[in-house]
Ligand binder design. Structure first.
Ligand code: BES
Ligand code: ZN
Length: 457
């Protein structure tokens, strides 16, 4: 932990020397007063009341991806963007649920009450069993055979891959501990069923006395659903356009049956509030306000959004600001700024964190620290080379992913503060008097700010 922090400091110092950029303290930075005046153009207009009302509406119904609740939220968000006159699009993408209709594993006519792997293939096979142990390094030919596999040491997915590569037409896997859930993961190649350790060891013994035939019969039904990304474009004045794009995002889906007031109706409320303010402010850089579905399923909305962007858009994107859980009253206990922190995927500072730290020192005399974490929609943006950070309070509140993630645990002060820092940071790029940036740009008003290895939950 300590070593890492030291390394970052050294790196930052190196950057400072080689680029000649001075990390001045806020008060001695030459244009801090001008910047404060610019900050005020945005932050004086931010209404925590508006944000609170958005959260109230959105958290009244769970917004699990692919449900009516998501659509209700999406319609609201879309309506707000449209009422601001933004070029608004609802971008659908498919998500898949899997339902197990049949999961039979039978040896000598005896049903083993097995459980199909999640991601098992469908089909019925009857074949000879072959004991392949842990299936780490499979040498035998398994063509037309069912592999009997022991759990442990390597992933379920890898085990299935290894035996399928040798021709196996099915997988029967037994647990590594006498009890417990033996629910493996596969990629749909062949029927794959899990059984208990006792049953597995029994079969290993049986196989020593001669061939054993097994039947696997699995039917997995794929249910396709639709989730959405909402995109609202705010175009700059045609006569003054840097050609660059700044994105400000949050995820609108919640966990199943969760009200998701803080996770992440709070982030959405800030996206809508900043859209309202920027829509009435002259800018020279396009701003895209984005809300993503299916973040809780593995950032599927943001991944889809980035994947469908033309390369020419990606090349023009200079900063992605992600807000996720920015209103938790009980989050970030004992830390300055209510625990606000900026997480990057690689644990390094970037344009977004530089702007965030500078803005917060101007406004609150404290630089937001940064740390390293994925777990939200900044990941796919980072993956294509866009400077990105997640703004969040950590450690997260006890209501995280619980039915108690409700409006009453939301702090208006925290909403106001996080939206102000992100809004003022983005405005530094998009206000008409600043030149176009390059992505590696270090803000000349940057302050010194620290890496923190802070627990998140
Ligand atoms: N808002 C959380 C991310 C989060 C939670 C960050 C706690 C830091 C601390 C997000 O919605 C979430 O729950 N993400 C998932 C990962 C996702 C890829 C399924 C998570 O962290 O489990
Ligand atoms: Zn979240």
């Amino acid at each position: 932990m300590f070593r890492r922090k030291t390394m970052i400091t050294v790196l930052a110092t190196g950057m400072l020397l080689s680029s000649g950029v001075v990390y001045a303290q806020t008060n001695s930075a030459p244009n801090v007063h001008a910047d404060t005046a610019f900050d005020n153009k945005v932050i004086k207009k931010i209404s925590a009341e508006n944000m609170y009302n958005t959260i109230k509406y959105l958290s009244a119904v769970p917004r699990e991806a692919g449900t009516e609740g998501e659509v209700r939220g999406v319609e609201y968000i879309e309506g707000q963007f449209k009422s601001l006159g933004l070029e608004t699009r609802r971008i659908p993408f498919p998500i898949y649920d899997y339902k197990t209709n049949r999961q039979l594993a039978e040896v000598d006519g005896v049903d083993l009450s097995g459980r199909a792997f999640s991601g098992s293939g469908s089909g019925k096979v009857t074949a000879e069993l072959v004991d392949v142990g842990l299936a780490k390094d499979v040498q035998v030919d398994l063509s037309g055979k069912i592999a009997l596999v022991a759990r442990g040491e390597i992933t379920f997915v890898q085990k299935v891959r290894n035996v399928v590569a040798k021709g196996a037409v099915g997988v029967l896997m037994y647990n590594s501990s006498p009890t417990g859930n033996n629910f493996g993961q596969a990629e749909g190649q062949v029927p794959a069923v899990a059984i208990t350790r006792a049953q597995g060891l029994d079969l290993v013994e049986k196989l020593k006395n001669g061939p054993v035939s097994a039947t696997l019969d699995v039917e997995i039904q794929t249910i396709e659903k639709t989730s959405y990304v909402v995109e609202a474009k705010l175009k700059p004045n045609k006569n003054k356009d840097t050609g660059q794009i700044v994105t400000i995002g949050a995820h609108h889906d919640s966990v199943p049956n969760g009200p998701g007031a803080n996770d992440d109706a709070s982030g959405v409320s800030a996206v809508l509030e900043l859209a309202r303010i920027f829509a009435n402010t002259p800018i020279d850089t396009e701003v895209r306000f984005l809300t993503f579905g299916s973040e809780e399923r593995g950032m599927m909305g943001s991944s889809y959004y980035v994947s469908q962007l033309p390369k020419s858009d990606i090349d023009r994107m200079v900063a992605h600001f992600q807000m996720d859980m920015i209103g938790g009253a009980e989050a970030g206990e004992d830390h300055p700024l209510g625990g606000l922190i900026m997480y990057t995927i690689d644990g390094h500072k970037n344009l977004v964190t530089d702007l965030g730290a500078s803005a917060s020192s101007r406004m609150y005399d404290v630089a937001v620290p940064y740390g390293q974490l994925g777990r939200s929609d900044h990941q796919p943006f980072h993956d294509v080379g866009i400077p990105s950070a997640l703004f969040i309070h950590s450690p997260v509140e006890p209501q995280y992913h619980k039915p108690t993630d409700t409006l009453e645990h939301i702090s208006k002060e925290k909403l106001q503060q996080a939206a102000s820092i992100v809004g003022a940071s983005a405005y530094q790029i998009v206000r008409p008097d600043t030149p176009a940036l390059d992505r590696a740009h270090v803000s000349p008003t940057s302050v010194d700010y620290d890496f923190e290895n802070r627990p998140v939950d």
